[in-house]
Design a protein around this ligand. Structure first.
Ligand code: SF4
Length: 238
């Protein structure tokens, strides 16, 4: 397996980018935070807006990814002194062992969120340390086959954590039925379920947002906008 296909060896992290912004979506939307985007993903969603973090047939690994010592990543994060760190990807749990090592080097009071597609189980250490899990299993609109995008045992594990929110990307109001089926199958508490529109640009958000919001509210589900798309119109690193 080439370097571009595999996460790095122990002691290192494959980092796509790091930047300050606001959490644009989900349960903590609006919170200022430092984003750490890790490289690599085990899914291939057709509408993915961060393909530069994993699609190395179309993006140059050498341009997009820095393989760094975990201590160096921790030093950089500490120097930024954020109150909230959001680790995203790609799929961050591909590097879950090293992620746990990274968190051990950060202040215990730092609030940490992890975004995951819900296909890889975090270990006990990560489950305890992470303050908020934003779990976003993919629906059929992603184009990923069901056996790859849905791991019932992982979703069941995360559903039991009061820190885990289910965050589902919906392209069309008709897909709320698929959302309901997934919520029911995973027994995810409805107060920790959020539905948001598939939108990488302001115009997509304007077109889909009101329809998805209305459909979600009709079913008593919480709607999440995408504040970073509203504010920056899909500009990378914001
Ligand atoms: S799981 Fe997330 S990062 Fe991976 S391909 Fe899908 S949208 Fe992109």
């Amino acid at each position: 397996m080439s370097e571009t296909q595999a996460p790095p060896a122990r002691g290192k992290l494959a980092v796509s980018e790091q930047f300050f912004s606001i959490q644009g979506e989900g349960a903590s939307a609006g919170e200022p935070c430092l984003f750490l985007r890790l490289a690599h993903c085990n899914l291939r969603c057709r509408w993915c807006d961060t393909k530069y973090s994993w699609d190395f047939e179309h993006y140059r690994f050498e341009d997009e990814v820095r393989v760094e010592r975990t201590e160096a990543v921790a030093t950089r994060i500490r120097a930024e002194a954020p109150s909230r760190l959001v680790v995203t990807g790609g799929e961050p749990l591909i590097q879950r062992a090293e992620l746990e090592a990274l968190f051990a080097l950060l202040a215990p009071e730092l609030v940490i969120e992890v975004e995951t597609n819900g296909t890889l189980a975090p270990g006990e250490g990560l489950l305890e340390r992470v303050n908020q899990w934003n779990v976003s299993p993919k629906l059929a609109n992603s184009g990923d086959p069901p056996e790859k995008r849905l791991r019932p045992e992982v979703l069941a594990l995360l559903a039991r954590s009061a820190r885990a929110y289910l965050k589902l990307v919906v392209a069309d109001a008709d897909e709320l039925a698929e959302v309901e089926a997934l919520v029911s199958a995973t027994a995810w508490p409805r107060e920790r379920v959020l539905v948001m529109p598939q939108a990488a640009t302001r115009s997509e958000l304007a077109a889909r947002g009101p329809l998805v919001r209305a459909a979600a509210l009709t079913r008593g589900l919480r709607y999440s906008s995408r504040l970073h798309v509203e504010r920056w119109d899909g500009v990378r690193g914001k």
